[in-house]
Design a protein around this ligand. Structure first.
Ligand code: AMP
Length: 597
């Protein structure tokens, strides 16, 4: 027997939701549906967005209402137009095989006369945002005297948005003996108060721990200097080429600015905020839902209720003013059992806020490092390799060129062709990123701010243990530190992360690498030539270099720190499609990106 049938849902509805891909009830559906189907309780469900709430109350409503009667029997109040449309639509889909079911979505920013017309024709379920609902009530255009169920969805959001009075007025037009079902992602005292005010002995259901965020979300934070924030954000996006994300800003102006900068820089992004007309917002949302938009830059209010599946990342470009909003933001990812990442890009002064959020969501953040330029190169390179592997070959079209292509490559081995093909892109990336600075805020800043005292940053323990190596190339060979880093990484096939301080001298250089890659570096340079010269790598200790410029005596700090201090360039990115991403915006904030170390 279908598990929804076991819960008491009739065959016609089960068929409709099966078509929607609902095979098994989500935990909230499993627990709420039997309670709500009894029709005899008030109900409080503490559940995150994306857990299947809509069906948890929508399916029981369809079972409980009498669709032979054409008057309002259920009212669903929710905070935003987007959510309103979504709920109405979802319930219509569940009811697809039932006859005479009339559902109307009532929300602001759209023609009221259409909505009034639909109401006049007769509806049983009204899904509404409070403002427009009250407007219609005040026009005496609806009669709620026979309403049996009221659902307050995302109650905490409605209160945050200041709808308390509107809700009071709306509910005062409904009968005393109706049942009220309240859903909320969080349970601040205000929500508790309305639960108490409108309900008698409600059945309470808490999914997961109280206030705990969705377990499928990983929370990460990056600490950067305020001036590097935009560059860091882009680096994160570049490192995640498949990102499908929502980026939260605090104000409409910031939202617009970031979106414009991203568009100018060649990213597939657009803004969603309250200063846009409804038509513009609909257009943006449609593009996002259709996935023709990769990054949606939004304010909290505009993004409320957005239910788009498969959002991979939520990025808190600015942390929300209200901690509770963090839960709403992060709840836009990891929907319907999927996993997702919620990222906060903060400055060191904001660490306290992260700790506060951790307490509220009952989950710890992971501190992550802004990827280096080389990390991005590596990721993009392998992304390309993966694409090459999985590309669909249009045999008909390509066939005519194959003999000529084969002829071009006839002197090269398969390995050579692959190497050259990969280098074509990789060199371009390396070149583009070679001056990209480390965008992570120096850890001593972070620790002193985090702990409220000025601990000195212990470089050795924090950056792992390093071995100092010597290489017989230096500045006279026209190497910058960035060049050297690229040279080391590409020959030794190690990530830039494994390289520490680089002391570039005239005819030689000392550099640090993590102990576990020393052998790999030595192997990698075994037979490398540079302009006809044999490149030599030796352990620095073997060269007695500690007499001068060793770690203890260096005043320069780690490579990362130095790069941070000496370069105010912000790095850049050219994507594999060959499209140049304009770094102007980043550059304006950070200075000349071509500046050398
Ligand atoms: P909601 O929390 O109601 O916004 O639902 C989040 C997403 O999960 C929506 O896209 C639903 O279509 C989907 N969903 C809800 N219930 C189920 C289910 N039982 N099985 C699969 N997907 C579901």
């Amino acid at each position: 027997m279908n598990p929804f049938s076991t819960l008491g849902i009739r065959h016609d509805i089960v068929n409709a939701i099966t078509e929607l891909g609902f095979e098994n009830p989500t935990p909230i559906q499993e627990q709420a549906i039997p309670v709500l189907l009894s029709g005899s309780n008030d109900f409080v469900g503490l559940a995150q967005t994306g857990t299947g709430k809509t069906a948890a109350f929508g399916l029981p409503l369809l079972e409980l209402l009498d669709f032979s009667e054409n008057h309002p029997q259920a009212l669903v109040l929710c905070p935003t137009r987007e959510l309103c449309l979504q709920i109405a639509n979802d319930i219509k889909n569940y009811a697809k095989n039932l006859s005479n079911v009339h559902i109307v979505a009532v929300y602001g920013g759209a023609s009221i006369s259409d909505q009034l017309r639909q109401i006049k024709r007769g509806v049983q379920i009204v899904v509404a945002t409070p403002g427009r609902m009250l407007d219609i009530i005040n026009r005496k255009a609806i009669d709620f005297s026979a309403v049996r169920y009221v659902v307050l969805d995302e109650a905490d959001e409605m209160l945050n948005m200041g709808f308390q009075e509107d809700i009071d007025s709306i509910l005062s037009t409904t009968p005393e003996d109706k049942k009220t079902w309240l859903f909320s992602a969080t349970m601040p005292s205000e929500v508790r108060r309305i639960a108490k005010k409108y309900m008698t002995d409600p059945h309470e259901l808490t999914m997961g721990t109280k206030n705990t965020g969705n377990a499928n979300i990983d929370h990460e934070y990056y600490v950067v200097r305020a001036r590097d924030k935009y560059a860091a954000f882009k680096r994160i996006v570049d490192f995640n080429p498949e990102i499908f994300g929502i980026v939260f800003c605090r104000t409409k102006i910031e939202t617009q600015e970031i979106a414009e900068a991203l568009i100018k820089d060649g990213y597939n992004a657009d803004a969603l905020h309250g200063d846009l007309s409804q038509q513009q917002r609909d257009k943006v949302m449609k593009r996002y839902r259709d996935r023709s938009l990769q990054l949606l830059i939004a304010t909290d209010v505009a993004a409320r209720g957005i239910d788009v599946n498969d959002v991979t990342h939520v990025i808190n470009y600015s942390l929300p003013d209200e901690i509770e909003n963090y839960t709403h933001r992060s709840g836009r990812t990891a929907r319907a059992g999927k996993t997702g990442v919620s990222i906060a890009i903060i400055n060191s002064k904001e660490l306290g806020k992260i700790r506060q959020i951790e307490r509220v969501i009952g989950k710890q953040f992971t501190k992550a490092e802004i990827p280096t330029g080389f990390d991005v190169c590596e990721k993009q390179l392998f992304g390309l390799i993966h694409k090459v592997h999985s590309v669909t070959v249009n045999e008909d079209q390509i066939e005519q060129y194959i003999p000529r292509i084969m002829d071009e490559f006839k002197d090269l081995s398969k390995e050579d062709v692959i190497k050259r093909f990969a280098s074509l892109e990789f060199n371009r990336f390396l070149d583009y990123y070679k001056d990209a600075p480390d965008l992570n805020a120096p850890a001593y800043e972070e620790r002193s701010s985090d702990r409220g005292r000025g601990d000195r940053y212990d470089r050795t323990s924090s950056r792992g243990n390093y071995t100092r190596l010597f290489i017989n190339l230096g500045s006279v060979d026209d190497f910058t530190r960035g060049d050297m880093l690229g040279f080391i990484c590409s020959n030794a096939r190690i990530s830039g992360k494994a390289v520490g301080k680089i002391d570039l001298k005239g005819v030689y250089t000392f550099f640090e690498v993590e102990n576990n890659v020393v052998d790999q570096v030595q192997q990698g340079f075994k037979s490398v030539d540079f302009q006809g010269r044999n490149v030599r790598i030796e352990l620095a200790g073997d060269r007695g270099e500690s007499r001068g410029g060793g770690r203890e005596r260096s005043t320069g700090g780690s490579f990362r720190e130095r790069r941070e201090r000496r370069s105010n360039s912000t790095g850049g990115f050219r994507d594999f499609s060959g499209k140049r991403r304009d770094e102007r915006h980043e550059g304006n904030r950070g200075g000349d990106r071509r500046k050398k170390w």
